[in-house]
Design a protein. Structure first.
Length: 310
């Protein structure tokens, strides 16, 4: 005999069942969430794409995309600031280095999703968590007042600490923003250890290379390129689906409000795609991801992490 449930009770039970299905999918050990940035040929962010717009492979095997979301979901973000002696630049315009970073950071916080949460780590020869999780922009900006720009640089140790910390955030999207010149001379952690930890995570890394050293490259047509230290920042960023921005001086446009605004806009325009490659019984290893996107007949540029570790 079937019993007719009251309308409100039926609705509550239906919602509960639906939430259970969503929870099972989200917690599936085989599912992989990809944060994807898509731009057109002009470098402009592309919105309004559907599942059919994307194709993904893992180790050259086509993957079924289970779901797509283009919602502006809040992020848990760690901001890492190089507080070492190599970042000290004598002000030529009356502004200290914190004074030059401040308006860019304020712009970033203003443009970002207001539901984001943040922590701040500074590093020289020591790594310090100077601001724990907060959604108060003023608390973030005030951390600049404590910068001293002295001693050596333990950048990789700071990144290792921040990688662990960002995963404790309350949001599903995890992001690190690193402000440094890329030099490390005091870490116990190595570049390879940090790189492998990033590859095995879902963290998106953005690097702003302030006061980066450049050198001549090429044999005929000489050009300036970042030194090896700075290029490591680019390698780490690209592996996570993020970006690296380089400048010779933090007061130049590439490290100004526009760079931090671009980062904020990209984070808000992420697509989140879920795939379930299914490697049960196979040996765990890094697997290479490739992604393509198109809108009609127009090919777009899609950027996400290059690896995942099941």
């Amino acid at each position: 005999m079937l019993t007719r449930l009251p309308g409100k009770l039926f609705l509550l039970l239906s919602l509960f069942a639906l939430s259970c299905v969503c929870s099972v999918q989200a917690q599936s050990p085989d599912s992989v969430v990809l944060n994807v940035t898509v731009t057109n040929g002009k470098g402009e962010l592309s919105r309004g794409l559907s599942l059919d717009s994307f194709s993904i492979t893992a180790d050259n095997q086509p993957q079924k995309i289970l779901s797509l979301s283009d919602q502006d979901v809040p992020a848990s973000i760690g901001i890492l600031i190089d507080d070492s002696g190599s970042q000290h630049v004598a002000p030529s315009d009356g502004l200290s280095l914190p004074g030059k970073i401040r308006p860019a950071l304020e712009r970033f916080l203003k443009v970002s999703n207001p539901a984001n949460e943040y922590f701040v780590v500074t590093f020289n020869s020591k790594v310090q968590l100077v601001q724990d999780w907060t959604s108060d922009p003023q608390a973030i900006v005030q951390t600049l007042d404590s910068l001293k720009f002295k001693k050596d640089t333990a950048m990789f140790d700071a990144m290792a600490l921040a990688l662990d910390k960002v995963k404790t955030g309350g949001n599903s999207k995890h992001v690190l923003i690193l402000i440094t010149d890329g030099t490390d001379n005091a870490s116990k952690k190595t570049f390879k250890e940090v790189r492998d930890s990033l590859k095995a995570s879902d963290v998106v890394l953005y690097c702003v290379g302030a006061n980066v050293s450049f050198e001549l490259a090429g044999t005929v047509n000489y050009r300036l390129r970042p030194t090896d230290d700075a290029e490591k920042l680019g390698e780490l960023s690209v592996a996570t689906g993020g970006r690296a921005f380089f400048t010779m001086n933090v007061s130049e446009p590439m490290a100004s409000n526009r760079v931090f605004e671009l980062i904020a806009l990209e984070l808000r325009a992420h697509y989140q795609l879920v795939i379930a490659p299914g490697h049960s019984g196979e040996k765990a290893r890094f697997r290479k991801i490739t992604i393509e996107a198109k809108q009609g007949t127009d090919r777009l540029v899609a950027r996400t992490r290059l690896w995942y570790y099941p």
